[in-house]
Design a protein. Sequence first.
Length: 127
Amino acid sequence: VTRVFASAAQIYLNVVASEFGSELELPKVCISVTESLVALEAIVDLQVLSTLIWPLCITGCMATGWQRNEMKKIFLSMKNVPVLQLGSMDRCRKIIEECWRLRQDDCNAHPGWIEAMDSLSLKILLV
């Protein structure tokens, strides 16, 4: 769990501190997303995994290519966890999917979690 949060924090810091137009192309972001995915996939207890909303959201929003497929697998593995009925994980998934949609609609744009939440008119604390 510590590795999951550490990797997500790295993603967050690399994106926020980025001076480049496309933080998605920063190798540091890609590496941190991969590290986060490896750490997430190592968690076998789905109840624990379902509590990691913030790192899942940060990681998922910055995932590209094959990393998106890994995120989809993680969400599929949690679909029957009762805790998900609370809605936080579903909102997290919607934010990630909106981020991917925004990126697909405008190849020159590089939206992150903030733009996705704005697009969905969501003002939530990812905990």
